[in-house]
Design a protein around this ligand. Structure first.
Ligand code: WTA
Length: 680
């Protein structure tokens, strides 16, 4: 079979109908069923969501007479709010564990096949084991004084204790704030302070590929920084003995030699030892907060996106079931890290709510060899596989060879998330990984949306490579012009949503005003995604990328302001401007323009220092690829940096368009002459 590539334009425009063999037992077997359910979700939300809610356990039902979804999206009419199932009480942990063990008899079913960084580290965890572990952890948190509403920071690699500590928080009504374990001490400190967390859960150390990361040391530095700022609220730091226990490499376990503060630090296993494995859940209001997850914001300060209990539970459960067309005998694998929303919704909550068996993968795609993903798929007979375009592009580089060694016949549905998927990657995923047999669900969503909002359904939606296709149930997308007119039919503009669905964020932690300004101010009455979008003649949605100051590096959003502020903290830097530049694997990468203070020389050492500075302030994902000396930056007369011009310089695009607002046109010539050709 020919693998369609850039030269196969007609192939690219082909529409891929859903495979017949999926239809027989699919939850949504054809397009007309999708349309009927979609119509019901919009016109009869009480009935639609009421039916979904019936599958869950409620300690008390919603207040009679209230609409199931109450909201205001119009800033001109008062505060923006969303309330779902007001008056109902439930517990998410109870629903994803106790209900599965007690009511559905899934106690012995594997919840997670944990697959370590190294292929010989693995562990199966059943639903009843997970329940007991979670209860013990929840009891420990309670013993430490953690109460309903208190915040707990979790800074862990992809180990079972990560899921466990999230669920323990959910059980007692504490609000978890998971911080991706690739973030720096500064980033961790900032997040701990913003949410005023009282407990931090971390690990001694972890291998990512062959690189050992001393997580406890980074956590120590973060806590030290919090203390320096005079406001550390962390009373206890619980440390999972992951490196010492599981990373069985024959090294002395004290190789890390991390300082230990007996007043604060406690080992996870010692804390849980002998603690009761039953724990009464806290019955929470539907709108009580479940977790905070930070996402980049255009001011540079991350926003604490808040999700609440009932709406998030129902939405992640339902999207998981329909979008992956989940069935009892599936083995599901999402390769994301739980430190991002994808892991929260589609490794922890969505799959567990369905009683699914998932792979929990600690490793990276290319260690110890470039066939690791395919090896794991074969090993566990994975049927539903969910990954990111950046991972696909990375693995594409190694060709078909690494896949040929493995049996991928178990695969049924493939998913992608995080950024627009380019047609080349789509076709490779479809033909080479899915052997032409598996539909690709290109799921568009955001930390803020809680779950998929634009997505195909495997047996119902015909696919067009590169399009996230159509809205999920309850979601009403619209395309808006710059002037705030809703565009009909074929159109391109801002992607907005007209009304809420249960899983949408409720506020920015501690900053309702920022919530309203960021998402609702531009077009009153609408939630603004920050993405550009095109709707084609068939009503299919095509995300065209961010239209704000956000970059998407390997499927993760970074704000240019955040990177700029990390750069300007360097003593030699007077000013910095960061723009995106296309990158073959990462999608986008960072191109930084640096104006130095007088009498400072632009040297290699300085470039290295700047890269290090960004890594330390934010984390390795934000490492700049290009750093260019910029004696001056293109600015308007009012002093605003013209980023459009910088983006074109970074891409070496000579056609700069209208430069009449530029204060000093000579700056542009100088910048072109000093462009970086090769990465720093
Ligand atoms: C981008 C990740 C195109 C988009 C779940 C969005 C996508 C941002 C897709 C959110 C997709 C995510 N096609 N673009 N299928 N999925 N994006 O908050 O720009 O980390 O606004 O959530 O990723 O990133 P976040």
């Amino acid at each position: 079979m020919v693998v369609p590539g850039p030269d196969h334009i007609e192939e690219r425009e082909r529409v891929y109908p859903p495979p017949e063999e999926l239809k027989a037992d699919a939850h949504v077997p054809d397009f007309s069923s999708y349309l009927a359910l979609y119509k019901k979700s919009i016109e009869e939300p009480e009935e639609f969501w009421g039916n979904v809610a019936d599958e869950f356990y409620w300690d008390s039902r919603p207040t009679a007479g209230h609409p199931i979804l109450q909201y205001n999206f119009d800033v001109t009419k008062g505060n923006v709010f969303v309330k779902f199932m007001e008056g109902a009480k439930t517990n998410l942990c109870y629903n994803v564990l106790d209900r599965n063990v007690l009511e559905r008899n899934f106690g012995d079913r594997v919840a997670y096949h944990w697959e370590g960084n190294s292929a010989d580290h693995q562990q199966d965890i059943t639903y009843s084991q997970l329940l007991k572990h979670v209860c013990r952890c929840a009891n420990v948190l309670r013993l430490m004084g953690v109460k309903k509403g208190d915040r707990v920071a979790i800074y862990l690699p992809m180990v079972p204790e990560l899921v466990c500590s999230m669920l323990a928080c959910a059980r007692i009504g504490a609000v978890h704030s998971v911080v991706f374990a690739g973030f720096s001490a500064d980033s961790l400190c900032e997040r701990i302070l913003d949410a005023q967390c009282s407990v931090l859960v971390t690990a001694d150390g972890v291998y990512r590929g062959d690189k050992l990361i001393n997580l406890k040391q980074i956590a120590n530095e973060a806590l030290e920084r919090c203390r320096e700022k005079g406001s550390s609220t962390v009373q206890k730091c619980v440390v999972v003995r992951h490196y010492a226990l599981r990373t069985n490499t024959g090294e002395a376990s004290n190789k890390l030699q991390t300082p230990w503060d007996a007043a604060v630090d406690v080992w996870w296993d010692e804390a849980l030892d002998g603690v009761c494995d039953e724990c009464e859940p806290e019955w929470l209001e539907a709108e009580d907060p479940l977790f905070i997850l930070y996402t980049s914001g255009s001011t540079g300060k991350p926003k604490g996106v808040v999700h609440t209990v009932a709406g998030y539970m129902l939405y992640t459960a339902l999207t998981f079931k329909y979008v992956f067309d989940y069935h009892f005998d599936d083995v599901y694998w999402c390769t994301a890290d739980i430190g991002w929303i994808t892991g929260h919704s589609y490794i922890t909550y969505g799959p567990l709510a369905n009683g699914a068996t998932s792979v929990l993968f600690e490793g990276i795609p290319v260690y110890p060899h470039v066939g690791r993903f395919w090896e794991v798929i074969e090993k566990y007979r994975v049927s539903k596989f969910y990954t990111a375009p950046t991972a696909i592009r990375l693995l594409m580089k190694y060709g078909r060879e690494p896949l040929l060694k493995y049996d991928l016949s178990s695969l049924r549905v493939l998913g992608t998330v995080g950024e627009p998927i380019n047609p080349e990657a789509w076709h490779w995923y479809h033909e080479v990984v899915g052997q032409g047999r598996c539909p690709i669900v290109d799921t568009f969503w955001q930390t803020e949306t809680g779950g998929h909002v634009l997505t195909p359904l495997p047996a119902a939606t015909a696919l067009k490579p590169g399009s996230a296709t159509l809205p999920f149930f309850g979601v009403q997308p619209s395309i808006m012009s710059e002037l705030g007119e809703e565009l009909e039919g074929e159109a391109e503009g801002y992607l907005v949503f007209r009304s809420p669905w249960p899983g949408i964020m409720r506020t920015v932690y501690g900053n309702q005003e920022r919530f309203e300004t960021t998402y609702f101010k531009k077009f009153p009455g609408f939630y603004v995604t920050g993405d550009g979008c095109r709707r084609d003649k068939d009503g299919y949605y095509w995300i065209t990328g961010r239209i704000d100051d956000m970059l998407n590096v390997s499927g993760h959003l970074l704000s240019t302001a955040e990177v700029e502020s990390a750069l300007t903290e360097h003593d030699s830097v007077a000013e910095a401007a960061v723009v995106s530049r296309p990158h073959a694997v990462k999608g986008e990468c960072l191109y930084c323009f640096i104006t130095l203070k007088d009498s400072t020389e632009f040297t290699h050492t300085l470039k290295d220092e700047l890269k290090k500075q960004v890594r330390e302030k934010i984390g390795p994902i934000a490492t700049p690829d290009f750093i260019q000396n910029a004696p001056g930056l293109p600015k308007t007369r009012s002093g605003k940096i013209m980023r459009r011009v910088l983006r074109q310089i970074a891409r070496n695009e000579k056609d700069l368009g209208d430069l009449s607002t530029l204060a000093d046109p000579k700056v542009v010539e100088v910048l072109f002459s000093q462009r970086c050709e090769a990465a720093a």
